[in-house]
Design a protein. Structure first.
Length: 368
């Protein structure tokens, strides 16, 4: 059989053969892992669903029907990588790759159907992440909020607000169950200089006076080189912020499509909100995630294209370790970006760049 013979346009018989195997394995892997994930998720949440009288119809159509695309898209690059390693290992164990290379087809040419499929699946991921998934997340999260999570006991962390142009507020975390903001700091700025800085262990909202009460407060009044310290156990303070504004600071990025995400970034930048970095990380992850499919695919083919002792099992184990190491590296750089001056785009791009170099090295070292 002439493997170079064109079957569909620019695709050869070999290309079509590999693409079919790869997509079939990918969808089968998604189906099996999602079924397992649903069983585990249901077993974990069943008591809450029963105690909160969750309707069966809502559980199926609002929650789990929308859980499937969310979960599949979230771990899509991992599922695809497993499919690549499995298909390539199977071809190698059956000596099909040896036959292909012996026929005069180069290793780089053999990579083409794998990379083309990765590009296709990556583009689908791009569309899902920015268009469809945010929409299906709305009913899923609403159902979860009503029948699983207590909406009145949420904790919100590292909140930075700018109620006025000359005022900055920071709290370590806020509980909307008690309306308490812990580790409160307020800065009043005039002509670029801090004129007043207020600290408190916590502030709690007083609904009768519609303002806040500070506990164990410490106020620095600064006037040039002169400074006056004011301390006390309790004092009322008007910060121009209502309790629900601390909640609004926590934006649910899962329900924002690409256009809404960009609007949220611009809006929160004007407020000086620290959540901007997280929003930018989410944006660049959505945009650059398709490259993860391509990079992991090249690594998977390079690792699995020749027989080795241990066979498919060993290849899958090595592949999964590599895939998870990429995920962990991205999590680590995201933490650096959130807590330091590392730009969000670098937090997402650096791990991909490192693994792209790994992919290039592996391809060069692969026996031709």
């Amino acid at each position: 059989m002439n493997l170079r013979k064109k079957k569909f346009g620019f695709l050869s018989i070999l290309d079509v053969y590999i693409i079919k195997k790869l997509l079939l394995t990918f969808f089968l892997a998604i189906f099996l892992i999602i079924m397992i994930a649903i069983i585990f998720d249901l077993s974990e949440r069943l008591d809450d669903f029963i105690s909160n009288n969750a309707p069966i119809k809502g559980l199926i159509f609002d929650y789990y029907l929308n859980f499937i695309p969310h979960f599949a898209n979230l771990f899509g690059h991992l599922f695809f990588f497993i499919a690549v390693v499995f298909v390539c290992s199977k071809l190698a164990s059956n000596s099909e790759i040896i036959a292909v290379l012996s026929s005069g087809i180069s290793f780089k040419r053999m990579l083409r159907p794998f990379v083309l499929t990765a590009i296709f699946v990556g583009l689908v991921n791009l569309w899902l992440s920015n268009v469809l998934i945010p929409k299906v997340n709305i009913p899923r999260l609403e159902f979860e909020k009503v029948y699983y999570r207590n909406p009145y006991s949420n904790q919100f962390y590292n909140i930075h607000l700018q109620p006025k142009q000359n005022e900055q507020i920071y709290v370590q975390h806020f509980s909307n169950k008690t309306n308490k903001a812990y580790k409160f700091t307020q800065e009043i700025i005039s002509n670029g200089e801090i004129t007043k800085k207020t600290y408190a262990d916590y502030i709690v909202f007083d609904s009768s006076s519609m303002d806040w009460i500070m506990s164990n407060y410490h106020i620095r009044h600064i006037d040039g080189i002169n400074e006056r310290i004011e301390k006390g156990e309790e004092k009322h303070i008007n910060i121009g912020v209502m309790p629900n504004e601390f909640n609004l600071n926590q934006i649910k990025v899962e329900v924002l499509d690409y256009k809404q995400l960009n609007s949220a970034i611009k809006r929160e930048e004007l407020k000086g909100n620290s959540v901007v970095t997280e929003l930018k990380i989410e944006k660049f992850q959505r945009l650059l995630n398709p490259f993860a499919y391509i990079i992991l695919t090249i690594i998977g083919v390079a690792l699995s294209s020749h027989k080795k002792r241990g066979g498919i099992g060993l290849n899958l184990a090595i592949g999964i370790i590599l895939a998870f190491s990429l995920i962990m590296m991205m999590k680590l750089t995201n933490v650096f970006a959130t807590n330091s001056s590392l730009p969000a785009v670098l937090a997402v791009a650096v791990p991909l760049f490192i693994y792209a170099l790994v992919a290039i090295i592996l391809v060069k070292r692969t026996p031709k």
